[in-house]
Design a protein around this ligand. Structure first.
Ligand code: SAM
Length: 280
């Protein structure tokens, strides 16, 4: 039995995957949740028709969204994750000597389906005593939050349905309020090829609050167009000013497969086609 999954990117193109097996397929109050097995990328989490993560390349995305902001902060102890239901980002964050990670995911079905069918992505992160998992809307949680954090990471779906407010200025303003004086926020900000408006909008919204705004790149083979962006909003520390030696020192022993001191520096260099977008 095989069927094809079409994950549409921009106008007129898509990544197409042959699904050898559909391991899980159900619809939650928020979205259709599927776990499929593919020959090229192994098991994949698919929400509606968009690939979220896969066995083969989850490290590319999760390492870059987690480690660049966590290493840029001098000594993060309290981390907030919004979204990230597959637990891959949580697992990366817990590799640091943090004391507490609060993860706020709106859809329990995403967490349960990934833990059951792709357990190697979260590993034991959900059982780590430092983890607090909250199943609720991230926008509402941050708006009412009284706790303070050092680093916040937003690993949301692309802007549709419940994730739309997670790209907006009011949400970034609320996050600015609950981040400490060395506070750093990092968000997934879409494709630099076919979501240039989104990248520019995220930067504009972050700049309303954060003096330092930096967009960086990574290759995520299972995402349409492969090249992906993340954007940091920082109160004080500039990821561009982090020496490679500091990165190597901070990630020593984590046996990372993507993020290194030189990748950190290179990811912050925008090629000319993107510089126009970033300067917009
Ligand atoms: N890396 C993926 C991407 O870039 O498309 C995102 C992966 S992660 C699975 C996205 C998660 O965000 C989903 O589990 C979804 O349920 C969650 N999410 C969407 N809107 C949310 C909200 N308002 N509050 C909390 N979680 C939300």
């Amino acid at each position: 039995m095989s069927e094809w999954l079409w994950d549409h990117g921009g106008e007129g193109f898509a990544h197409v995957y042959r699904a050898e097996e559909v391991l899980f397929d159900a619809t939650s109050p928020y979205q259709r949740v599927r776990i499929i097995r593919t020959p090229a990328f192994g098991r994949m989490l698919v929400l509606d028709d968009a690939v979220q993560t896969s066995e083969a390349d989850e490290f590319c995305y999760h390492e870059m969204l987690a480690h660049l902001p966590l290493v840029t902060h001098p000594a993060p102890k309290r981390v907030l994750i919004i979204g990230g239901g597959d637990g891959g980002l949580l697992e990366e964050a817990l590799k640091h000597p943090v004391e507490r990670v609060v993860m706020v995911e709106i859809d329990r079905m995403v967490v349960d389906a990934t833990r059951q069918w792709i357990p190697q992505i979260p590993g034991n992160a959900f059982d780590d005593p430092r983890t607090e998992l909250r199943i609720e809307d991230g926008f509402a949680y941050v708006r009412a939050c009284a706790e303070r954090f050092d680093v916040a990471l937003v690993d949301s779906t692309d802007p549709q349905g419940p994730s739309v407010p997670l790209f907006g200025a009011p949400f970034y303003g609320d996050l600015y309020r609950i981040l400490g004086e060395d506070g750093i926020l990092a968000v997934q900000s879409g494709s630099p090829l076919y979501q240039q408006d989104l990248v520019a909008e995220v930067r504009r919204n972050l700049r309303q609050y954060f003096p330092v705004v930096r967009t960086y790149l990574a290759c995520v083979p299972s995402y349409p167009g492969v090249l992906w962006t993340f954007t940091v909003g920082s109160k004080r520390h500039d990821p561009r000013a982090v020496p490679a030696e500091q990165v190597e020192r901070r990630v020593a022993g984590m046996s990372l497969r993507y993020y290194t001191g030189s990748v950190h520096a290179a990811s912050l260099i925008a090629p000319p086609f993107l510089r126009e977008v970033l300067e917009a």
